[in-house]
Write a protein that binds this ligand. Structure first.
Ligand SMILES: [Zn+2]
Length: 366
């Protein structure tokens, strides 16, 4: 993890653990809204290959009253017993004005102090002595957020809920003020699926995470999906990214990409797509062909690392298509493998596409 760089008007953020990454992506989704800032004209952020630059003037410009305290907007609601961040601010609202000043302070480098942070490494603290307001209320607010706990996220209760090889979440982690603010946006980065679970794609680059999670929301969000496996969703997003942007993942196809699932019972599952598979399905030719064929049997043959099944499939389809009379068992076989009408109606063409895919994969491996 690299250090956070801060200049007079830019804070550079680098990817860290998934919940922090989700917080950053969630915050960007707010910045993308028309009604989030009071003055929407200035540059808000710049996405680099790996990192992201946030222009600090945005913090001075956030419409906090509407976006954090009006339940009807349903972006973030912070007071009292809210859904994600219970008691982040007291129910009576005494800490509300402190929170407003707290957020504004990120726009002013004079308020900054440095601490070690378990999330972003070189953490950023707001000098609370410089904040104006009731001293007791200020102390209460800052002491509440100084260590990672339930106010940062309702689901950070028992640590056994977080089984993750690189991220053993436990209470008592040091968290800086900027990360505290970013973390309360993490739920906005999750996409809710029809089975009630919520997913986030975690990658080693903010550009990738921004695009992949946007794609996931477009394709699978708002209950559009039936029960697809999470690894299929992840793979389809990478294929979609490659096809839509007509670009490879570049350097990032050398790394694993994860999908994190927050199940409806609040347990969290992780699935990682290894870099070799990422590398394969993010090849433009392979991705376009996979997307064109659009069959899960074909996709899963690649995800299961059994590309020879594509060769077998192609031969079987050609054999059936060459028959004068297709019998019941042939029909059953075709229906069990091919879901798209277009593919069933053009068996020869489908077989050739599958064969071409097999050859492309073999060529890459050799
Ligand atoms: Zn931090």
């Amino acid at each position: 993890m690299q250090n956070k760089k801060t200049t007079n008007n830019i804070i550079t953020l680098y990817p860290s653990n998934w919940i922090y990454n989700a917080g950053v992506i969630g915050f960007l989704s707010c910045l993308d809204r028309d009604d989030y800032l009071l003055n929407n004209n200035s540059t808000k952020y710049e996405i680099k290959e790996e990192s992201i630059d946030i222009f600090t003037n945005v913090f001075d410009n956030i419409n906090i009253e509407d976006n954090y305290f009006k339940g009807d907007k349903q972006i973030i609601y912070l007071k009292g017993k809210n859904l994600y961040y219970p008691n982040f601010l007291d129910a009576k609202g005494k800490q509300k004005n402190i929170f407003k000043k707290f957020v504004k302070s990120f726009s002013n480098i004079e308020f900054y102090e440095r601490i070690e942070c378990d999330f972003c490494k070189e953490g950023l603290l707001i000098n609370k002595e410089l904040l104006k307001g009731d001293r007791d209320t200020i102390e209460q607010f800052f002491s509440k957020i100084s260590q990672l706990n339930m106010v940062h996220n309702k689901f950070l209760g028992p640590s056994q809920k977080f089984k993750n090889s690189y991220w053993n979440l436990n209470t008592g982690l040091k968290i800086c003020n900027l990360c505290t603010f970013l973390l309360i946006h993490h739920h906005l980065a999750l996409t809710q699926l029809s089975d009630g679970s919520k997913i986030f794609i975690n990658a080693p680059s903010f550009k990738l995470m921004y695009e992949l999670n946007k794609l996931v929301k477009d394709i699978f969000g708002e209950n559009k999906t039936d029960s697809k496996q999470k690894r299929e969703i992840l793979a389809m997003s990478i294929i979609g990214y490659t096809c839509r942007l007509q670009t490879t993942l570049g350097f990032w196809n050398e790394m694993d990409i994860d999908i994190i699932t927050m199940r409806h019972d609040n347990f969290i599952d992780f699935y990682s797509l290894d870099y070799k598979t990422v590398n394969l399905i993010s090849d433009i030719d392979i991705a376009s062909l996979l997307s064109d064929i659009g069959e899960f049997y074909v996709l899963n043959s690649i995800l299961n690392k059994t590309p020879e099944k594509l060769m077998e499939l192609s031969q079987k389809i050609i054999k059936i298509a060459s028959k004068k009379d297709i019998n019941k068992s042939d029909d059953k076989f075709i229906s069990s493998i091919l879901r798209r009408e277009k593919n069933k109606e053009n068996l020869f063409e489908t077989a050739l596409k599958v064969l071409k895919l097999y050859i492309l994969i073999k060529e890459r491996k050799e």
